[in-house]
Design a protein around this ligand. Structure first.
Ligand SMILES: C[S@@+](CC[C@H](N)C(=O)[O-])C[C@H]1O[C@@H](n2cnc3c(N)ncnc32)[C@H](O)[C@@H]1O
Ligand SMILES: [Zn+2]
Length: 159
C-alpha cells in the first residue's frame, strides 16, 4: 500500500483515505483500480440502483466503467467533496485503446498530513435529479460551499 495514504474512519462517511504526510499540489497518489466492465454489464449487474446512494463504480469513458467492487484498491475508499483537494485524472491510452485508459487520483492543492483526501465524483444519473434522489445522494462533506448533494448538474446538450 502507498506510504502516502492511510485508510481510516471518516467524519464524512464510512471509511475514508487520509494523507500520511504533507503532499504538494500535483502529486499523483494512486490509480483507481477495479474490474473493467462495459456500461451494459454494469447496468445488468447493478440495474440502475440509484436508491442506495452508494457506489464503487467509476465511469472510465463511454465504453467502460471501472467496478471497484471487484479488485478495488484503497482508491475506492476516497470520499467526495464540494471543495476537494484532489481530482480524478483520466489518462487516455496513446494508442486509443479505450480499455487501456487509466484513472489516477492527484492532489490539486497542497495537503497537510492527516487531512482527508477527496475528489468531486461529479455524479450524474441517467434519470432526472429529483429532490428525492438529491436527498438519497446527500453530500456530507461539511464544506462551507457544500451543495448538499453528490449529484452534479447535467450538461446541456448542444442543439
Ligand atoms: C467509493 S465509496 C467511498 C467510501 C465510503 N466512505 C465507504 O465507506 O464505503 C462512495 C460512497 O461513499 C459515500 N460518500 C462518499 N462521499 C460522501 C459525501 N461527501 N457525503 C456523503 N456520502 C459520501 C456515498 O455513499 C458514496 O456512494
Ligand atoms: Zn458537499
Amino acid at each position: 500500500m502507498s506510504r502516502k495514504l492511510v485508510l481510516r474512519r471518516s467524519p464524512i462517511h464510512g471509511n475514508g483515505v487520509f494523507a500520511a504526510c504533507d503532499l504538494p499540489a500535483g502529486t499523483r497518489l494512486v490509480r483507481y483500480r477495479g474490474q473493467l466492465r462495459s456500461h451494459s454489464e454494469v447496468d445488468d449487474c447493478y440495474g440502475g440502483d440509484y436508491d442506495s446512494g452508494h457506489t464503487f463504480l467509476f465511469t472510465l469513458n463511454d465504453e467502460y466503467v471501472v467496478d471497484a467492487n471487484v479488485g478495488g484498491n484503497i482508491a475506492r475508499w476516497i470520499n467526495t467533496s464540494c471543495e476537494p483537494n484532489c481530482e480524478a485524472v483520466i489518462v487516455e491510452d496513446p494508442k486509443g485503446r479505450r480499455a487501456h485508459d487509466r484513472i489516477f487520483i492527484e492532489t490539486i492543492k497542497p495537503v497537510r498530513a492527516g487531512e482527508e483526501l477527496t475528489y468531486d465524483y461529479g455524479i450524474t444519473l441517467d434519470e432526472p435529479h429529483t429532490p428525492r434522489l438529491r436527498k438519497i445522494w446527500a453530500c456530507r462533506c461539511g464544506k462551507k460551499r457544500c451543495t448538499g448533494t453528490m449529484l452534479r448538474p447535467k450538461r446541456k446538450r448542444a442543439s
